[in-house]
Write a protein that binds this ligand. Structure first.
Ligand code: ZN
Length: 444
């Protein structure tokens, strides 16, 4: 059956009938979910807004019905952890060996030599066009903010966020080693003020080879105090390592609890958590749950980077203990992380790809069925965007319509035939051509 996308009108009202939606993203009371947690609904779109959602069949006889024949309907999705300032440099600066160290040194060299206003703007804009074409509504990016780079990139963030505000909600996080707060206080203070002025989020990298101790606690406390003084949320890079010394996660949780920090805090990566013995892991997860921390796993990037050494087959998938964190009540999410750069050579900011790969890498199948929240309602709530990542009457009709009727059909194919609606109107789902970046990258 051909998907009747040509019938979606540009204005006025229409019903999407017999669409299948995740119950976890709907208001309750629309019928009982199937084994995958999906409910059949009819959705009225009027003047770009979701005007009604009813149990499937209730709109029979209404004018302007577009039959979806059981095809999934999702809200536009939410990508809470990306690095669009690094994106697409892979051709100019490949990772020499695919390791985390190789990634850090290659990105540093590329940044030093190439990251001008024009270069960063062109690559970030290209990245947002990819995300938008795939159906992303909101995206948070970390921004390399050490030394001269902060003064170059943060003005680009402010400009591009304004240019994109009607299409993608952009949030930005300052990324720097947290030791900066101790080693260079003037630079740290200036950065905090720059981030606050931009309405950004404070972050930092917490494990660079040393087990956490008094020094890392002091650095963390300075970062938390700065965030509290400016009313900023926090989003850290945490324990992206297979080292059993990588135990910053527990220290962050303890600082939140002791300081009664009121902002939202996200911990990204937390790879080593899955390698600890059960007692250590359970203790750390309990402290995380008590603190209110949210955790985001980056399955594609971490499977690429972790447990890699030439000539040796990887034994570990690189991901955090996501099932155990979820069972303890910790808000958990998955996200894109890097795209086409030395940290991850692939990716296209496509959250349906992230969901598909996460399902396989983290074995999200054969268990609870509301994992779609990992790229929808949960990151939206953590980003302070209550209207995003859900299907609710009164919201902008920002939807992804799929031919796939089940999670199996969704996860078996790349979903290149998806329809993306923004404000009820179809948008072009063709991602930009790589050739458009040739001049920026000095290639072609
Ligand atoms: Zn990251």
């Amino acid at each position: 059956m051909k998907t009747p996308d040509a019938m979606i009108p540009d204005r006025g009202a229409f019903w999407l009938t017999h669409a299948r939606a995740p119950a976890c993203l709907l208001e309750a009371g629309l019928g009982s979910p199937d084994a995958e947690g999906l409910v059949d609904v009819d959705i009225l779109v009027r003047d770009g807004v979701i005007a009604d959602i009813v149990a499937a069949g209730a709109a029979a006889g209404a004018p302007m019905r577009i039959e979806r024949a059981g095809g999934l309907v999702l809200p536009r999705l939410v990508d809470i952890h990306t690095h669009i300032d690094k994106g697409h440099i892979i051709g100019r600066r490949p990772n020499p060996d695919g390791t985390h160290w190789g990634a850090r040194t290659s990105v540093a060299a590329d940044r030093e030599n190439h990251w001008t206003t024009e270069d960063v703007y062109a690559r970030m804009n290209f990245a947002l066009r990819c995300a938008y074409a795939h159906g992303t509504a909101s995206l948070r990016t970390h921004i390399d903010s050490l030394g001269k780079q902060a003064a170059i990139t943060w003005p680009v963030v402010e400009r591009i966020r304004a240019e994109w505000k009607d299409r993608v909600t952009l949030q930005a996080v300052a990324l720097f080693p947290i030791d900066l707060a101790l080693d260079d206080e003037p630079q740290f203070r200036a950065l905090v003020e720059r981030v606050a002025r931009a309405g950004g989020i404070l972050g930092g990298m917490t494990f660079l080879g040393q087990a956490p101790g008094e020094r890392s606690r002091a650095a963390l406390e300075r970062v938390f105090d700065a965030a509290a003084a400016h009313g900023l949320d926090l989003d850290f890079h945490v324990d992206e390592s297979d080292s059993l010394d990588a135990r910053s996660l527990g220290q962050i949780a303890d600082v939140i609890t002791r300081k009664r920090f009121r902002g939202r805090v996200v911990a990204g990566h937390c790879c080593s958590l899955s390698l600890f013995d059960d007692a250590t892991r359970n203790d750390m997860i309990a402290r995380v749950a008590e603190s209110g921390l949210a955790v985001v796993s980056l399955p594609m990037c971490n499977m690429y980077l972790q447990d890699r050494s030439r000539g040796r087959t990887p034994r570990w998938r690189g991901v955090t203990a996501l099932h155990e964190l979820a069972a303890a009540g910790v808000p958990v999410m998955v996200s894109s992380d890097n795209t086409r750069d030395p940290f991850y050579a692939y990716g296209d900011l496509d959250l349906l790809e992230v969901f598909r790969e996460s399902t396989r890498i983290l074995q999200l199948d054969h268990c609870e069925s509301d994992w779609i929240s990992l790229v929808a309602a949960t990151p939206a709530a953590v980003m302070g965007l209550p209207d995003a990542g859900r299907l609710r009457v009164g919201q902008s009709a920002d939807l992804i319509l799929l031919g796939a009727r089940t999670y199996n059909e969704l996860n078996c194919r790349p979903q290149n035939n998806r329809i993306v609606l923004v404000g009820g109107r179809m948008v072009d789902t063709t991602p930009p051509d790589y050739r458009e970046l040739d001049a920026t990258l000095g290639m072609g």
